[in-house]
Design a protein around this ligand. Structure first.
Ligand SMILES: C[S@@+](CC[C@H](N)C(=O)[O-])C[C@H]1O[C@@H](n2cnc3c(N)ncnc32)[C@H](O)[C@@H]1O
Length: 261
């Protein structure tokens, strides 16, 4: 189980929505609508449906939310009142029955592909290419977490955090900061047109709760790696809590469109 909870997903959603590249989001929306009134979108690793809310309610479009965590799918119901036809499917992306993607015009995901391994992307790309289905994958972490004011231990902390990002999250060695690039090269290999755009978080005092939760998660991940001396980690965490300042987290959005008309 991934361990993502609704508190964290609810906390990050406003920052995610503000960060998404709106040109790519609009292009993904337009691609979906061009499929007609009953076009189907499948959101992978949907959590509680943040991507659907980013698209907005759209009479006619059908959505299928896919996640392996039944608690998140259950929580999605309450958060998607008024969104029309929304099907929820419990499934593991590591063994995704291709039939789940049947009929889809667009597959979406957010904050997902940095958790998965290259073979998962390759298998998905092959299945989507067979179906000439597009992919819109938002908010792929790119390895840059920069704090302001800077501290001497920042580079050591970031190196450990990024090493943790590349660990196995249940779907093989994670792509971590390499996710957007892996999506681009894999889909280009299938003849897709790929567009990428930055979608960074810029967290200051107005995002205090998210920034504090991010700091806790960041320090926890560094601790798990065992790469940073405990005293250094504790001093760094304490200094950050005393003067949290601002945090910039790099992400990229990716839109891949199949070849042909
Ligand atoms: C960072 S959360 C993002 C959730 C949602 N897309 C959002 O933006 O709020 C990652 C999601 O991927 C799901 N997930 C992780 N590993 C999975 C797997 N092996 N199969 C299906 N879903 C998975 C988690 O349950 C979680 O909902």
């Amino acid at each position: 189980m991934s361990g993502f909870d609704t508190t964290w997903l609810d906390l990050r959603e406003p920052a995610d929505h503000a960060a998404r590249d709106h040109t790519l989001l609009n292009a993904a929306r337009a691609h979906l609508r061009a499929g007609g009134a009953s076009a189907l979108a499948v959101d992978l690793g949907s959590g509680t449906g943040s991507t659907l809310r980013a698209f907005g309610p759209d009479g006619g479009t059908r959505w299928r939310l896919v996640d392996h965590d039944p608690r998140l799918l259950e929580a999605a119901s309450a958060r998607l009142a008024g969104f029309g036809v929304v099907e929820r499917v419990e499934a593991d992306l590591g063994a995704l029955p291709p039939a789940i993607l049947d009929g889809a015009r667009l597959v979406t995901a957010s904050a997902l592909f940095d958790l998965v391994s290259r073979p998962v992307v390759e298998r998905l790309a092959a299945v989507l290419a067979e179906r000439r289905c597009a992919l819109y994958a938002a908010l792929n972490y790119d390895g840059r977490t920069n704090w302001d004011p800077p501290l001497e231990a920042d580079p050591e902390m970031l190196a450990a955090f990024n090493a943790h990002q590349a660990g196995d999250k249940g779907l093989g060695p994670a792509l971590g900061p390499g996710a957007a690039d892996a999506l681009r090269t894999t889909f280009e290999g299938h003849g897709y047109t790929v567009r990428v755009a930055p979608s960074p978080w810029r967290l200051g005092h107005e995002s205090e709760a998210l920034r504090d939760a991010l700091l806790d998660g960041f320090a926890g991940a560094v601790r798990e790696t065992g790469r940073v001396e405990r005293a250094v980690l504790d001093r760094w965490t304490e200094a950050r809590r005393e003067r949290p300042g601002a945090c910039h987290v790099g992400h990229w959005d990716v839109l891949t469109l199949p070849p042909g008309p």
